[in-house]
Design a protein around this ligand. Structure first.
Ligand SMILES: Nc1ncnc2c1ncn2[C@@H]1O[C@H](COP(=O)(O)OP(=O)(O)O)[C@@H](O)[C@H]1O
Ligand SMILES: [Mg+2]
Length: 361
């Protein structure tokens, strides 16, 4: 082992399928992770995220497909020869060993000398802000500290690829928010190619260079956080990331019509049979006076909810669809909002008029 940082490696997944009986845990998955990238697999429980991570780590052999780290085909390589560090949701630490014993374990497996181990363990612990904690017992640590120890163990041998499976899900929200930022900084410092798994869309948006949305063993969309949120490929992705209301869109020649109005949009509608207009609550506004070039829907307020930093208003369009509107509350703006029963005009700008394919194809 050298002391210089190794170069990060790109990961190439091609046509990987893994079945358990009749269940397709992975269904013909292809994916390119760029060298040094922080890529997140985001999807509901049972969608195949862990299975894909296990294939990358070498603990699961797929039925078919290929996997390259850089130019090396690794699909037949056992885990310990793959140069991959991994952390799990439940930490998987050895409770009877000290912090240093746990962190040094991968080095021991790789035959490092005592002196080298001591030096690298302390360096890894400093990286996760646990410098000097080596002699402590695992059971003396808090949940957040245990997660940091697990992280130190996964980076101590300076792997070129780091895999993390829901590493923060056991922590409370405040700690999780802080650890998300810390993990991101650590990634910037170390620069290793990282594949991160979560079912939490906000965590994915916060941390990732790109996100692969997974459902039923397939990748539904691979894009940057902003692209995913602003232009989801289909209804599943639009529904899974952020809140939205969907209005059916019909096409008459060049015109796209939703709830009786012809839509003005700066975006291209997808070429699909079934289309929907995606309305994000914070992009819809209650309009007064001049509505400019907005698309405007007549509606009747059904609910108005105070939520501290923002309000949530529900209103029914003339076609019966209920639309959610979210807005910031400042000073006494909440007092001036329309009450249930009031007629309102709901507007969206042409740039926020996003038409998506309805369905999860
Ligand atoms: N060892 C296994 N034996 C049988 N079925 C499995 C096994 N591992 C995963 N599965 C099934 O494969 C699918 C994907 O699981 P998993 O990759 O764990 O999803 P996720 O991590 O997204 O929650 C699920 O339907 C799950 O029940
Ligand atoms: Mg999982």
């Amino acid at each position: 082992m050298s002391n210089t940082l190794q170069e990060a490696l790109p990961i190439t997944v091609r046509n990987v399928t893994k079945t358990y009986g009749s269940v397709y845990a992975l269904n013909d998955v292809s994916l390119d992770v760029k060298s040094g990238e922080f890529l997140t697999l985001l999807g509901p429980s049972g969608s195949g995220k862990t299975t894909l991570l296990m294939v990358l780590a070498g603990f699961t052999r797929p039925d078919k497909g290929s996997l390259k780290f850089g130019d090396d085909e690794v699909i037949r390589k056992p885990p310990h020869l793959r140069d991959v560090g991994m952390t799990f949701q439940n930490y998987a630490l050895f409770p009877h060993m000290t912090v240093a014993g746990n962190v040094g374990y991968p080095l021991k497996l790789r035959g490092a000398s005592k002196a080298e181990m001591a030096e690298r363990v302390e360096k890894a612990l400093e990286m996760v802000q646990l410098g000097g904690f080596g002699d402590r017992g695992i059971e003396q640590l808090s949940g957040g500290q245990k997660q940091r120890v697990a992280l130190a163990r996964s980076i101590v041998f300076e792997p070129r690829i780091l895999l993390m499976d829901e590493p923060l899900s056991a922590l409370d929200k405040k700690l999780r928010d802080r650890m998300q930022i810390e993990l991101r900084h650590l990634h910037e410092q170390l620069g290793m190619t990282t594949v991160y798994v979560t079912h939490d869309q906000r965590e994915a948006l916060t941390m990732s260079d790109r996100i692969a949305v997974v459902n039923h063993g397939r990748i539904m969309q691979l894009a940057t956080p902003q692209e995913l949120y602003e232009q989801p490929a289909n209804r599943f992705v639009a529904d899974f990331i952020g809140d939205s209301t969907f209005l059916p869109v019909t096409q008459e020649g060049d015109r796209l019509i939703a709830a009786g109005i012809t839509l003005k949009t700066t975006r291209k509608a997808p070429d699909a049979d079934k289309l929907s207009l995606m309305l994000r609550p914070e992009r819809v506004t209650v309009m007064e006076g001049d509505t400019g070039d907005a698309n405007v829907f007549d509606a009747t307020v059904t609910e108005l909810v105070y939520q501290g930093e923002s309000f949530l208003l529900y209103a029914k369009l003339t076609d019966g669809t209920e639309v959610a509107v979210r807005g910031a509350i400042r000073d006494d703006t909440f007092r001036t909002l329309p009450a249930p029963g009031a007629a309102v005009k709901l507007g969206i700008t042409p740039a926020d008029t996003v038409i998506i394919e309805d369905g999860d194809a």
